[in-house]
Design a binder for this molecule. Structure first.
Ligand code: ZN
Length: 81
C-alpha cells in the first residue's frame, strides 16, 4: 500500500470529474489515469529512501555527504542533523 499515491490518485479522479463537465473526453482520460494510480497504489509499496551500505553511516540532510550516525553536526558543512 502506497498511501501517498492513493491520495494523489483520488485527487486526480476528482480533477477528472471536474474536467469531465468542462471538456468531456479529456476529463474522462484524466479520471482514468487517477483510477490507474489508485489501483497501482494498492499493489505497490512506497519506495525506500537511499541508505549507505555501511550501517554505521548516514547521509547529511543538507550536503548528502556520508557521515557517522552519531554525528550531531556534519563535519563537512557544519549543519545540525
Ligand atoms: Zn553536510
Amino acid at each position: 500500500m502506497w498511501t501517498l499515491l492513493a491520495v494523489y490518485g483520488i485527487v486526480t479522479i476528482l480533477s477528472g470529474i471536474f474536467l469531465l463537465a468542462i471538456t468531456g473526453v479529456f476529463g474522462m482520460v484524466i479520471g482514468l489515469i487517477g483510477v490507474i494510480m489508485l489501483v497501482l497504489s494498492v499493489f505497490l509499496s512506497a519506495p525506500k529512501s537511499e541508505q549507505p551500505d555501511d550501517q554505521s553511516k548516514k547521509y547529511c540532510t543538507y550536503c548528502i555527504a556520508e557521515i557517522n550516525k552519531t554525528d550531531i553536526t556534519c563535519p563537512i558543512c557544519q549543519t545540525e542533523q
